[in-house]
Design a binder for this molecule. Structure first.
Ligand code: PLP
Length: 457
C-alpha cells in the first residue's frame, strides 16, 4: 500500500480501554517473586507492605487477559496519547533500503519517554488507596520525571532517589522533577541505613540503579502512608505499557501493516514488553508469527550474557527475588557507559519468553548506537534518547540487510523517547571521546558470584 501516511494518528476514541496482560496467553508463566528470607513466593499481604494494593493484584494476576484502564487514567493518557506510529520514509530513502520502517514514538510528552504510561497508573492507584506519597529510584531521570508529573497530577508526595552520577551529570532533569514538586536525593545518600552501609563499603561510589532502589524501598517501608513504585521490570509495569503495543496494533491493522520483525531496546524490559504485548499474544496463541528482537547495551548485557536465575532486584539485597536474566545484583556498568539501560536484571515476563525461544536478543556497542542515533536524527528530525537508539541501530542494520537481499521486510521498532537531557553523551560522541566498554567474562563471574542460593530452584 503506497498511501500510508507519514504519521498514523489514532483518534482519542481509539485509545485502548483495557490493558492487555500477555501472561494470560503464556503457557510457561513467569516465576513468582520470592521472599528472600524464606525462598517462598511472596504473598499479596507481604507485597502490600511495599506496593499499593491494586498494583499487587495486577502483579500477581497471571490469568486475566484484559484489565480495564480506569477513566481517570485514560483522562490523563488523553493529554498525550494515542501516540503516533510513524513511517520512516526519510530514513528509508537515506538508507536506500526496500524495507518499510515504522516506529512508535513515545517521546511526545514532557517526561520525554514511555515511562509516563505506567507512572500515571501507579500514582492513580496510590492516590485511590489514600496514600500520602510514593518513593522511587531513577537512573537517567526519565522515570523520576514521569513519576513526578503523575504525582503532581494526582496530588501525591514524590521522593526520588537519583543515581549520583546522573544527579551530577543531569542537573536539568533534577530541576524538572522539582518543578513538578518531587524531592530529589542523590543516591547513595546518608539518609537511609542501606545508603550509609553502601557508602561505608564503597566510599566515593557514583551509585547504581540497584542501590537507589534499596534506598527508595527502605524509605517507603519505614514511612507510614508511603509505598514504593518501580518504573520497569515488574509485571504490572509491562501491563501498563501494553497501551503502546495495543495502539501500534490498531494502527497497523487499520492500514494493513504486518511487521515481520519488531525491535525494542531493553533495560528492564517495559517498553519492549509493552510494544510487543498484543503481537506476542498472537504468536503465543498460534495466530501469527513475528520475529521479536530485544536490544541491549554490550556494557550491560543481561539477556545475551546473563544467567536465568533468581536474583535480587537491588544492590542492597532487601528487595524480593525475581527469576530473570541477570548479571548479578552486584553488577555496576562501567561509568563511561552513557546510553542508559543499565539495570543488572530483566523483566521476568520477557526473561521467560526469551528462555522459551519466543524472542531474540542482541547486544550493541554504544559508539555504534550514537552513530545510528545521529543518522536517524538527520533523516527523521527527532533527537532520539540513547536508550531508544539501541533499537534504531538494530532496525537500521535490519534495513541494510534488506538492501543487500532486496527483501521488502516490514520493520517496527519502539522509539521510546527524546534525548534532550543526554547531550553530555552526544557531546562525547561528537568529540570522539566516547569509548565502548564491555565487561570481561571475569568481571561477570565476579558479579555472578553475588547471585543468591535459593533452595529448591
Ligand atoms: C527507561 C527507558 C528505557 C528502558 O526501560 P525499559 O523498561 O527497558 O523500557 C528506554 N528508553 C527510554 C527513553 C527510557 O526512558
Amino acid at each position: 500500500m503506497s498511501d500510508i501516511p507519514y504519521k498514523i494518528y489514532l483518534d482519542e476514541s481509539e485509545l485502548p480501554t483495557q490493558w492487555y496482560n500477555v501472561r494470560a496467553d503464556m503457557k510457561n508463566k513467569p516465576a513468582p517473586l520470592l521472599n528472600p528470607g524464606t525462598g517462598q513466593p511472596l504473598t499479596a499481604e507481604e507485597m502490600g507492605g511495599i506496593f499499593c494494593e491494586e498494583l499487587v493484584a495486577q502483579e500477581l494476576d497471571d490469568d486475566t487477559a484484559y484489565i480495564p484502564i480506569p477513566a481517570e487514567i485514560r483522562e490523563y493518557y488523553k493529554t498525550y496519547r494515542p501516540s503516533p506510529l510513524v513511517r520512516a520514509y526519510n530514513l528509508e530513502k537515506r538508507l536506500g533500503t526496500p524495507a518499510k520502517i515504522y516506529y512508535k514514538f513515545e517521546g511526545n510528552n514532557t517526561s520525554g519517554s514511555h515511562k509516563l504510561n505506567s507512572a500515571i497508573a501507579q500514582a492513580y492507584y496510590a492516590k485511590k488507596q489514600g496514600l500520602k506519597g510514593v518513593t522511587t529510584e531513577t537512573g537517567a531521570g526519565q522515570w523520576g520525571t514521569a513519576l513526578s508529573m503523575a504525582c503532581a497530577y494526582f496530588d501525591l508526595d514524590c521522593k526520588v532517589y537519583m543515581v549520583k552520577v546522573s544527579y551530577e551529570q543531569k542537573p536539568f532533569r533534577r530541576e524538572v522533577m522539582r518543578t513538578y514538586g518531587a524531592s530529589v536525593t542523590p543516591s547513595p545518600s546518608m539518609e537511609t541505613e542501606v545508603g550509609r552501609k553502601i557508602l561505608a563499603e564503597h566510599p566515593g561510589t557514583t551509585g547504581s540503579l540497584g542501590c537507589a532502589i534499596s534506598e527508595a524501598v527502605e524509605v517507603a517501608v519505614t514511612n507510614p502512608g508511603y509505598r514504593y513504585v518501580l518504573g520497569s521490570v515488574l509485571n504490572q509495569v509491562l501491563l501498563h505499557q501494553s497501551v503502546v503495543g495495543l495502539e501500534a496494533k490498531t494502527a497497523c491493522d487499520k492500514f494493513g501493516i504486518v511487521p515481520d520483525v519488531i525491535i525494542g531496546c531493553a533495560g528492564g524490559g517495559s517498553n519492549l514488553g509493552g510494544l510487543i504485548a498484543p503481537f506476542m499474544g498472537e504468536k503465543l496463541r498460534g495466530e501469527r508469527d513475528y520475529r521479536i528482537v530485544a536490544v541491549e547495551p554490550a556494557s550491560c548485557p543481561s539477556f545475551t550474557r546473563g544467567k536465568f536465575a533468581f536474583d535480587f532486584c537491588d544492590t542492597g539485597k532487601i528487595c524480593p527475588l525475581a527469576k530473570m536474566y541477570t548479571l548479578g545484583s552486584g553488577f555496576i556498568p562501567s561509568p563511561n557507559h552513557a546510553g542508559g539501560l543499565r539495570f543488572h536484571g530483566m523483566s521476568p515476563i520477557l526473561s521467560q519468553l526469551y528462555y522459551d525461544g519466543l524472542m531474540e536478543a542482541v547486544a550493541v556497542e554504544q559508539t555504534a548506537v550514537f552513530q545510528a542515533a545521529e543518522e536517524f536524527a538527520r533523516a527523521e528530525g527527532i533527537l532520539p534518547a540513547p536508550e531508544s537508539s539501541h533499537a534504531i541501530k538494530v532496525a537500521m542494520d535490519e534495513a541494510m540487510r534488506c538492501k543487500e537481499t532486496g527483501e521488502e521486510k516490514t520493520i517496527l521498532f519502539g522509539l521510546t523517547g527524546t534525548g534532550y537531557f543526554d547531550l553530555v553523551a552526544y557531546q562525547s560522541f561528537n568529540d570522539g571521546t566516547m569509548t565502548d566498554s564491555i565487561p570481561t567474562d571475569e568481571d561477570l563471574e565476579k558479579s555472578f558470584a553475588t547471585l543468591p542460593v535459593v533452595p529448591g530452584t
